[in-house]
Ligand binder design. Structure first.
Ligand code: FAD
Length: 311
């Protein structure tokens, strides 16, 4: 382990319950977490929704939690999303405020988990449609991709606005992008936040970025609705070039960034006429999400360690 890159160590730590207790039990962690998470309650999240949408930035709400270990937890995930959608409906923001879900939080990893997750996420998608908005289904580790894409295909039959997520780091993704680059399909393209073996994924940053650019080209040249999920200036610029090259209308694609990351750039892009959506996580189960954000950027780890040292 000592020779593993820092990001791999952090990603391994994101799935260790003992470390979760140590990190989340440290009061100083809270201040750092606040940079990436809107708060623990739905009200906290709605505050962020109001602020961002007032600035012309659309949002997608993520109720934190993943890898549930029993059905009761999975049902609580469904209920948390139903409450969020009820609140969003009263704000009347339409598709400017949608939700993102992780199927592992709906029981995907349990026995018969595919069917269970689909059964529990369906009412959430129905509530989103009733509220005039959409659901995007996040992508998790590579073992879940087939099940998750199948679930999205199933949900899209009655709710065609349901969004999928593709990770450019996976070798399979160019083929998936070709399959999903069809009329009416919403696809968020990201690099991928999980530690994957080289049998299924590109391992170097350069290869992941090159694959991202290839997938972007497939999606931006097709008739679907691409959602460019990246903070990387090179990818965002490439998306704008492709939009111009394919004469895309400004409302036929969007850039997505995470809450608390490159917020000035989110505002600048929105003011310049690009559709921008911020992904807003909220809730008390922030540990795994937080560790993935640390793994993405060594500077965030330094920021975290400094705050522990100066508490
Ligand atoms: P990077 O190459 O990591 O970074 C480029 C630059 O962006 C950095 O130099 C820095 O300036 C800035 N930056 C990037 N990350 C950070 C950070 N954490 N803190 C501060 N600055 C930073 N992954 C999944 O596997 N499944 C998903 O469903 C998923 N959904 C996502 C939704 C959205 C809206 C976004 C933006 C990302 C999502 N991700 C998801 C995460 C994604 O896979 C990447 O891990 C993450 O976005 C980092 O890659 P990047 O393209 O932003 O560029």
């Amino acid at each position: 382990l000592s020779k593993a890159p820092l990001s791999a160590v952090l990603l391994a730590a994101s799935r260790r319950p003992a470390l979760r207790r140590a990190v989340t039990g440290t009061p100083a962690t809270r201040r750092v977490v606040d940079r990436f998470v809107a708060g623990e309650t739905l009200d906290d999240a709605l505050g962020a929704v109001r602020t961002l949408t007032a600035d012309g930035i659309a949002v997608t709400l993520d109720h934190l939690g993943e890898d549930v270990t029993d059905r009761a937890q999975a049902r609580r995930t469904r209920d948390a999303y139903l409450a969020a959608l009820e609140a969003l409906a009263t704000l009347g923001l339409g598709t400017a405020a949608e939700v993102s879900v992780k199927l592992s939080a709906f029981g995907q990893g349990l026995p018969d988990g595919h069917d269970l997750a689909l059964e529990l996420v369906r009412p959430v998608v129905e509530a989103a449609t009733a509220a005039g908005t959409t659901v995007t289904v996040d992508m998790e580790d590579s073992r879940t991709v087939d099940s998750t894409l199948a679930a999205v295909a199933e949900l899209r039959k009655e709710h065609p606005g349901t969004g999928a997520v593709l990770q450019s780091m996976l070798h399979r993704t160019e083929d998936d992008a070709k399959t999903l680059a069809v009329s009416g399909s919403r696809v968020r393209l990201v690099k991928g936040a999980y530690d994957e073996p080289d049998t299924v994924a590109h391992r170097s940053r350069k290869d992941v970025a090159a694959a991202y650019a290839r997938c972007l080209e497939i999606l931006m040249s097709g008739p679907g609705y691409p959602m460019v999920g990246s903070h990387d200036p090179a990818m965002v610029q490439r998306a704008h070039e492709l939009a111009a090259q394919h004469s895309r209308a400004a409302d036929s694609w969007e850039v997505q960034m995470l809450y608390g990351i490159r917020t000035d750039e989110q505002r600048r892009l929105a003011a310049a006429g690009t559709r921008v959506r911020a992904y807003i996580p909220y809730g008390s189960d922030w540990y795994a999400y937080f560790m993935r954000r640390l793994a993405e950027r060594p500077a965030n780890v330094a920021f975290f360690l400094r705050s522990l040292a100066t508490r």
